[in-house]
Write a protein that binds this ligand. Structure first.
Ligand code: KG4
Ligand code: ZN
Length: 346
């Protein structure tokens, strides 16, 4: 069989392998989560994450291939996350992918994890129309980017401190709700009231974000008033986060030319965020592209999906590429206006 890419994702704590066709049909998608292993520490322990990847990566790949009914030798290519992420975790996936590419004599594509999240919007119900405004809200990142076409990005704004996911996880830890914080805070928030008046940091300022002040406001209030209902803390925190995200989206969408809005990353699984995005869709009449909920958090299907246009455009990578923990979104390429951005331009 040809026309299938095997994606491998090990950038953080989840071991993922998936087989995706050229028209972005997900033929198999396996994610081995490490949640219980890290839960007792209240966050991800990098050393443990990489050790678990070592034992999980080959069985996860084998399952993805078996479920897809394809042999490694028959793949069109392999794809692997090469960064950003935890260096030990990334190295496990990159080493495994190189070994398999050599053994099966198949081309290998090294994929930027952030581009993987962006590609997850193409796996949802809507077809992404370009130029597209992308909001990436994950555990590691919070950024707004203009995407002229896959591979042509311009970052418009980013967080100056914590990411949204990080703020969720830290607040959840403070409230003794375990890890990861997003799903449990959202569930409680739906039962509470936004009445605690938390700050909306940088609401009226540009396209950058800041969430550490909000997190501190929650910490200080909860320490002062121990009897506060946790549902109201969750609802007030989530409302503050969403107000900021929506205000930035509204501001960015004032720029002309966007044909769609994509919201991706773990926090895009949030039902509260999805509800608020419906407001913006109706108010602005813009097409809103979201990954299926299960593909908002880290997975390998999005890595394989991002690899397809990369393979067509740039071909495979030579096998001497390395893992890069600090990889950023490539900012080369034409903008919707046709002019290349100045180096380092925001
Ligand atoms: O994209 P992701 O799986 O990993 C990174 O690349 O960072 O994102 C993980 C983040 C965590 O911080 C988690 O708390 C958050 O996504 N998250 C959510 C939800 N599900 C996961 N945040 C809000 N609501 C959710 N339902
Ligand atoms: Zn991610």
């Amino acid at each position: 069989m040809s026309g299938l890419i095997l994606g491998i994702e090990t950038s953080c704590d989840d071991t993922g392998a998936a087989v995706v066709s050229e028209d972005l049909e997900i033929v198999s998608n396996v994610v081995a989560r490490q949640l219980e292993v890290h839960a007792r520490y209240g966050g991800i322990v990098p050393e443990i994450a990489s050790r678990v990847h070592v034992s999980e990566v080959m069985p996860t790949v084998a399952r993805a291939l078996a479920e897809a009914g394809v042999r490694g030798e028959d793949l069109a290519a392999l794809a692997v996350t090469r960064g950003p992420g935890l260096i030990g975790s990334l190295l496990v996936g990159v080493s495994a992918a190189k070994a398999l590419a050599l053994a099966w004599d198949r081309p290998l594509v090294g994929v930027n994890h952030l581009e993987g999240h962006l590609a997850s919007a193409s796996l949802g119900a809507e077809t992404v129309a370009y130029p597209c405004l992308v909001l990436l809200v994950s555990g590691g990142h919070t950024l707004l980017a203009e995407v002229a076409a896959p591979g042509a990005y311009r970052v418009l704004g980013a967080t100056r401190d914590d990411s949204v996911g990080e703020a969720y996880d830290k607040v959840a830890r403070l409230l003794g709700l375990g890890f990861p914080g997003g799903p449990v805070i959202d569930r409680l928030a739906l039962q509470g009231t936004d009445r605690l008046g938390f700050p909306r940091p940088m609401l009226h300022e540009g396209l950058d974000f800041s969430f550490s002040g909000l997190k501190s406001a929650v910490v200080n209030l909860v320490r002062r008033e121990a009897e506060l209902p946790v549902e109201d803390v969750a609802a007030s925190f989530a409302a503050a986060v969403m107000d900021v995200l929506l205000a930035k989206l509204d501001r960015a969408l004032q720029r002309p030319g966007f044909r769609s809005l994509a919201v991706v990353g773990g926090v895009a699984a949030s039902p509260i965020l999805r509800q608020r995005l419906e407001e913006i869709r109706q108010r602005r009449g813009i097409q809103v592209c979201l990954p299926p909920i299960a593909l908002a958090t880290d997975n390998a299907a999005m890595i394989a999906a991002a690899a397809w246009p990369q393979l067509r455009r740039d071909g495979a990578n030579a096998l001497d590429f390395g893992a890069d923990a600090g990889l950023t979104l490539p900012e080369a390429g034409p903008t919707p206006g046709g002019a290349a951005p100045a180096p380092g331009a925001r």
